[in-house]
Design a protein around this ligand. Structure first.
Ligand code: BTN
Length: 241
């Protein structure tokens, strides 16, 4: 099990940015950074993550896995399962995962994960992985760009429970690596399987029929062609039913 040690801050620019700077200076595995607010919370694909004070959980933890670089994707997906389980234990509502690593409640995004890793060329393994998690707990006044797709747990005083639950659930899943025993659960929580989606990058539409063991999204396009999408390459959106 990982020996987690939590350090708390009032405000940081980004818990990921801060923990990466510690990691570069040799910080040990298990350090967890939590901030009440982030001034420059970051999301995937260069987006920002709305992080107003005292309304969300903004956290990052540090791993130093002796694993090949391609495992970073599975650390991300294991985290998504851990976050979904933790949210479910607080809300008693089913939490789903939108490929690759957004967690959804009631068809709206409630949490996001940003994994950033460094590779050690000498050992051909990951040097460190910083896993950043943002959960909207009782967030109000979402910015216009996300107000129709974001939601929050609508609970108060659950931040510490959520933090502890996420770390515990992740520890269990991570202890089985490099086995991906959690992956069946990851797929069973998929928001997209069976749904019609649009590939944001090129506008093509189709129906998702699965996720393979490499975590590629399997899509039957409206043209009839079957394709597999890799997470680094594309983003998708659900088509309105
Ligand atoms: C996404 O939605 O694309 C990922 C969002 C990740 C947000 C979290 S909040 C804590 C950590 N610090 C950051 O700057 N980002 C992550």
């Amino acid at each position: 099990m990982i020996d987690f040690s939590v350090k708390r801050f009032k405000t940081l620019d980004s818990t990921n940015t801060y923990l990466k700077s510690l990691a570069e200076k040799g910080e040990k595995e298990g350090t967890v950074i939590v901030a009440d607010a982030q001034e420059k919370g970051r999301g995937r694909r260069g987006k920002s993550f709305f992080s107003p004070a005292d309304t969300g959980l903004y956290m990052s933890f540090l791993l130093r896995p002796k694993l090949p670089p391609e495992e970073a994707l599975f650390i991300t997906t294991a985290t998504a399962v851990a976050v979904a389980r933790a949210i479910e234990s607080v809300t008693k509502k089913r939490a789903l995962i939108k490929w690759v690593n957004d967690v959804y409640l009631d068809e709206r995004k409630v949490a996001g994960i940003l994994t950033e890793s460094a590779f050690s060329a000498d050992s051909k393994s990951l040097d460190y992985v910083v896993v950043g998690i943002g959960v909207n707990i009782n967030t109000k006044n979402f910015p216009d760009e996300i107000k129709d797709i974001a939601t929050s747990l609508g609970e108060s005083d659950v931040r510490d429970d959520l933090l502890q639950n996420i770390l515990l659930e992740f520890s269990h899943l991570y202890s089985h690596f490099p086995s991906h025993s959690f992956f069946e659960e990851y797929k069973s929580r998929s928001l997209l399987i069976g749904k019609e989606i649009e590939i944001v990058d090129d506008g093509r539409c189709g129906v998702v029929y699965g996720i393979n063991d490499d975590c590629h999204l399997l899509v039957r396009l409206n043209s009839g062609e079957k394709i597999s999408l890799s997470s680094g390459e594309v983003s998708t959106r659900l088509k309105k039913q």
